[in-house]
Design a protein around this ligand. Structure first.
Ligand code: CA
Length: 220
């Protein structure tokens, strides 16, 4: 079981990240200021820290520097505003393992979380299989039976979330937040458009429309 500490003072983002990680089987704790972030992370009880830079009381850079000074070697993924990426890259030299610019899609964060945890030790199946559909998470190659299929980044992310939840109805909202992120307009029809693309590539009857709700990937 992987325990992840989320240090983020914007409640909307903290809850978006927390819900997504819990939905993927992680145990999470949320703190909303830099002092609590340091105190919690320094306990050594967490496998990963997701650390916002703009935190009250003590900013993310300070938290990170203090942790490294105290020889707390928890992997850290920095969250930063898109327009301050250059400051963040400087911050990486201060001991962070990775950073992600806001706004981000949940799948993007999840991929980095898995990568950091895996670098630390966690083995994960690298190929997801549902019926004759196979997604290789490492090489990003996709096969339907023996046929190789070329998917765009978004299509792959969509296929991945379906494959992680076979036979389960996924709502448009779930798909939007997982693949496109919290900044996407909920009224958008982008999910339907991409499901159509995906059907064209992996087979039309594989993804069922559940009227008024969302979509389901058939496992059989
Ligand atoms: Ca902030």
């Amino acid at each position: 079981m992987n325990r992840i500490l989320i240090a983020e003072d914007e409640a909307r983002i903290a809850s978006f990240v927390e819900k997504g990680l819990r939905g993927n089987g992680f145990v999470t704790s949320v703190v909303s200021d830099g002092v609590a972030a340091y105190d919690y992370a320094a306990t050594g009880a967490f496998d990963l820290l997701i650390l916002d830079i703009g935190l009250p009381l003590s900013d993310g850079f300070t938290v990170l520097r203090r942790l490294r000074e105290a020889r707390v070697d928890v992997p850290v993924i920095i969250l930063t505003a898109r327009d301050s990426v250059s400051d963040t890259v400087a911050g990486l030299e201060g001991g962070a393992d990775d950073y992600i610019a806001k706004p981000f899609a949940f799948e993007e964060l999840l991929a980095r979380v898995r990568l950091r945890l895996r670098a630390d030790r966690v083995p994960e199946a690298s190929v997801l299989r549902v019926a004759d559909l196979a997604l290789d998470l490492r090489t990003r190659r996709v096969h339907v039976g023996d046929r190789a299929v070329d998917l765009s980044t978004r299509e792959f992310a969509l296929a991945e979330i379906f494959c992680r939840h076979p036979d389960q109805v996924l709502t448009r909202e779930q798909l939007l937040s997982h693949v496109w992120g919290f900044d996407f307009d909920p009224g958008s029809n982008v999910v339907d458009v991409y499901v159509r693309y995906l059907r064209r590539k992996i087979g039309a009857d594989r993804i069922e429309t559940v009227r008024g709700t969302g979509y389901r990937l058939r496992a059989g």
